[in-house]
Design a protein around this ligand. Sequence first.
Ligand code: XMP
Length: 506
Amino acid sequence: KIIILDFGSQFTQLIARRVRELNIYCEIYPFNNIPQFDGEVKGVILSGSPYSVRQEDAPQVDLTEIQNKYPILAVCYGAQYIAHINGGSVEASNTREYGRANLQTLNNSNPLFKGIAVGSQVWMSHGDTITSVPESFEIIASTDHVKVAAYHIKDTNTFAIQFHPEVTHSIDGKKLLENFLVGICGCSQDWTPDSFIESTINSLRNKLGNDKVVLGLSGGVDSSVAAILLHKAIGTNLHCIFVDNGLLRKDEFAQVLEQYKHMGLNIRGVDAKDRFLSQLAGLKDPELKRKAIGRVFIEVFDDAAHEVKDVVWLAQGTIYPDIIESISVKGPSATIKSHHNVGGLPDFMKLKVVEPLNTLFKDEVRKVGKSLGIEDFILSRHPFPGPGLAIRILGDVTPEKVDILQQADAIYINILKEEGLYDKVWQAGAIFLPVQSVGVMGDERTYENVICLRAVESVDGMTADWCHLPYPVLARISNEIINKVKGINRVVYDISSKPPATIEWE
Ligand code: XMP
């Protein structure tokens, strides 16, 4: 495996993605929290950083031991840092060093540039630049503006580049990474979904033995893939719990439950609709609604988990980005656990935790799911928030409003599917607006509520843009909702991006 030391660059996760696309396993660690390397480590990549090496509080790391033992590829800040600590100079650059550039000279006989031709386009993104390097450094590539685009410390396995091989604008970036990982580090490219499945099943068997495990299924991709992996490893010792909070999409509880049973899971569906809806009655504030739902979920799950005798483990579908966030250079995010800590821990929180997907990115989870034979119906579903339709009904939630929203949402989603648009949209859903407006149906005046349609494009939900759905499709959705859903006489489309809006309305 490869270790990536993170100095806080926005591109660090992208480096990891590229390494894994080459079927090589890698892990990211913050520069100030490096683990003891095990025998599996074959090389180290240093990331970029928003800092300048000239700043007093710039990230520092003692590389002596690593440099003696492992090949290093230093990117951007990493390259400047190694030049700086070895007596080279790094200064603020006075020419533009952002965006496209071409390697005007490069040393083809250097293993890093094997198979890469002069003229290759690379992507630069730095405010500082290396202006001189010590004697022992060989400059192995330059561009018109950047003399030290890449260097190699002679007679060592330390290589450095000021451009970013991980972004797609660096045309031969993947080739360069492959040269480093395979040619220089000697990694074999055998990390695939199937090898992940095989080794994870083995390690789950060793870890869990004959212990019983509970897992909360949500119908989403992550918990489903985690469940199937565990099921393959320990069979019926895995007890799945799927809670109907009454805030799911129309017919979803029954459909998904059926699907899970079909996959052979040992699963219990818990109908807790009334418990959730009665606790929500009269609550208008979005945060109070979320808290109530979180609290009832914990109670319901705790009760159900208690019915599994002698349970030892709680399985969770946590994925790698959550882990990276919690150990990142920028500090752990407090939001993940805060709502579990109110009023003492429920019993299930005292269980040992097992997270079989905590080394995977989202698209890797989908690939593993596909290899495990999970149907597209589950793998390609849009993200859906835990509090469900409660945060898509503005203000207080009543069973009538849930019913109206479920009908409108089902019409919307079905039309997106029929028109072949569902997979092109990252997330879509209908929102119930408790605003009444006047309409006319036949000869009658109506005074009813509004449904807003939301559809966004995004990569990770952190930023998003509204989808430019074709007008004829919007027209069809609007007609069908107004004609079929009693209580709605107006449909609008949300054309706000995130930021400054958010994806959900509450
Ligand atoms: P926002 O509205 O913050 O949403 O732009 C970003 C993504 O997060 C989902 N989301 C939630 N998921 N519990 C969840 O499990 C929540 O309380 C919650 N709020 C928002 C939202 O659906 C979108 O994918």
